[in-house]
Structures are given as C-alpha cells and as structure tokens.
Design a binder for this molecule. Structure first.
Ligand SMILES: [Zn+2]
Length: 273
C-alpha cells in the first residue's frame, strides 16, 4: 500500500489548508519523533509542535492532531511516530484492551516447539514467532498458525483478519511446520546477488527444496514441513534442482501476543534436560 492511499484512507475531516501534522512537508506515515523533536530545522519538527498526546496505551502513547483528529502512535521509547490509518483504529482498540498473554501451559508448548527471531536483515529485535496448530475458544482447529510476540500495535497490513493470543485454548506442533533448526536457519539466511535468501533443505524421502527468506511452513505436493531437514554436508556442494518456496502467507492464520521479558525467554537456548 502506498503512502497516499494510507493517508487518504485516514479519515481527515478536511484537507483545505491542511494542518502541519498531516499536510505539512512530505506526506508521511512514520517518522523519527526523537530526531524531529531535537532538530528545529528538521522537516518533521513542526509535527512535534502540533500533535497532542492524549493517553498512554498498553505500550506507547496515543496522539492526535487537534486540527483534523488524525490519530498517531508513539512507541514506548518515544522514538518512532506512526500514523494510525482509520481502518486500523478498531485493531488498535482491541490490542490495547487487554494483555495478550498465554497461560503457563500454552507458553511451555511454545518453548517446546521453539521460537525464532525476526529475519537477521530486519531491525526488529523484540520479536519472536512460533508456528503451531491452534484450537480457539470458538472450537476451531487451525493447522497453520503463526503466533507472534511483538511489543508494538498491529498497524501493518495482514492478508487475513488478525487473531489474538487470548483466543487460544490449545496449542500443538503442526505437521506442516518446519523443525526448529530449519526455521532458525531461514531466519539467519543471507541474500544472494538476486536478492534471494536461500536455505537448502531436503525431505526425509530425498526431495530438495530452497526456502526463500524466513519460512515456517511447508505443504508442497504432499510433503509436510515436519519431514524437512537441513541439507547434509555432502549435498551442499552439489547442483540439485530444487523448487524455491516462500512462506505460504495466504494459508497462515496470524495470532498476536504481547512481547515481554517472558517472550524474550522463548529465544534463549533451551536448558539441557
Ligand atoms: Zn491534522
């Protein structure tokens, strides 16, 4: 989605004359609040003089433009200011309304499955994700779920409605999710000259695949993620025809949980038992 479509969907009352926060300088959906506050000659400095802090949220702060009522979100470190598009207002309310946490039992299930960090090329450090099979309060059983822990409201775009950690009653390993060592390797993959980040893997039946960027699930011509292994040493040098697979985003149901010190523990190496 382009910046213009985000802004035009943001529900401004009027753009006649505009306001410094929404119409001044470059149109923007995000800027460095700290930098803009500290530098009077910054193009965004006037935004810091205009936007009004309205209330603290679960993490971060809710701001509003007094002229056009455009909503903005400032992160808990007061560094990054983001425009809240009008269609995201309800999501923000739901996210803010209660802690999105797991029971100790469900949390242990996550630990057993193994959480991976954001891709190494991402700036996101406070993030973990766990592929799983989920049963919800509504008794749905969903095979390909990605439970992610994040300390920031969901302002990005999702292919399907976002679900919430407090909807989960059971959490199990999914047959379609890749084993932890494979997933971890995809999160650490390096870009090649074509901009791909490939991780070579094989199925237990000897089929080869290249996983592109972060991949959690595999469901390809009858092969399931659980059957996949990292390439053994002797295969690495050989030229093997291998389909390139990316994360099957459309098939995944995303569940959001809060990032906190508990979630950080998920990324620690498992204790030796
Ligand atoms: Zn405004």
């Amino acid at each position: 989605m382009g910046l213009d479509s985000l802004i035009s969907g943001a529900g401004r009352k009027s753009s006649a004359g505009g306001c410094p926060a929404c119409d001044g300088g470059e149109k923007t959906v995000q800027f460095d609040w700290k930098l803009a506050s500290d530098a009077p000659d910054s193009e965004f400095h006037i935004y810091t003089q205009t936007l009004v802090e309205k209330k603290p949220l679960k993490t971060g702060f809710f701001f509003e433009c007094p002229h056009c009522e455009q909503s903005w979100y400032l992160d808990s470190k007061r560094e990054r200011m983001s425009l809240i598009p009008l269609p995201k207002s309800a999501l923000l309310e739901r996210w803010n309304s209660s802690p999105l946490s797991l029971t100790p039992d469900l949390f242990n299930k996550c630990r057993e499955i193994g959480a991976t960090p954001a891709h190494r090329s991402s700036a996101e450090r406070n993030y973990a994700e766990v592929p799983c099979k989920v049963r919800t309060h509504q008794s749905e059983l969903l095979d390909k779920c990605l439970l992610f822990f994040k300390g920031y409201p969901p302002l990005g775009d999702f292919l399907k409605p976002l679900r919430w950690a407090d909807e989960i009653t059971e959490l199990h390993p999914s047959d379609y999710s890749l084993p932890f060592p494979v997933r971890f390797n995809t999160s650490q993959s390096q870009p090649d000259e074509k901009g791909r980040c490939l991780t070579r893997v094989t199925s237990v039946n000897g089929l080869s695949f290249s996983l592109n960027w972060t991949v959690n699930f595999l469901d390809h011509k009858g092969v399931q993620g659980k059957e996949i292994r990292l390439n053994s040493g002797e295969l690495k040098g050989k030229k093997v025809r291998a389909p390139i697979l990316t994360e099957p985003m459309k098939e995944i149901t995303f569940f959001m949980a809060d990032w906190n010190e508990n979630a950080r523990q998920l990324l620690m190496p498992k204790p030796i038992s």
